[in-house]
Design a protein around this ligand. Structure first.
Ligand SMILES: [Zn+2]
Length: 74
């Protein structure tokens, strides 16, 4: 796992993101200072080892589906 100090480019369809998981855990990069809740970002990106995004629009801690919400929203 790697951390970076800037927004991540070249991840899926989004031009810039705060975290990316390539190949279901082959490479994970986190932009921890780009979010308010770094632990949630880490949980979300590690979650992509097994899960795609849920139908939740934003991520949060209330359920596994919530952790895998589509955006950080903060
Ligand atoms: Zn995600």
């Amino acid at each position: 796992m790697e951390c970076t100090n800037s927004y991540i480019k070249g991840c899926g369809n989004s031009p810039t993101v705060v975290g990316c998981n390539w190949g279901r855990g082959q490479r994970i990069v986190l932009y921890m200072s780009g979010v308010r809740d770094g632990a949630l970002l880490a949980a979300h990106e590690f979650g992509h080892d097994w899960f795609d995004h849920s139908r939740q629009r934003c991520s949060g801690w209330s359920s596994p589906e919530h952790v895998m919400g589509q955006a950080t929203c903060q």
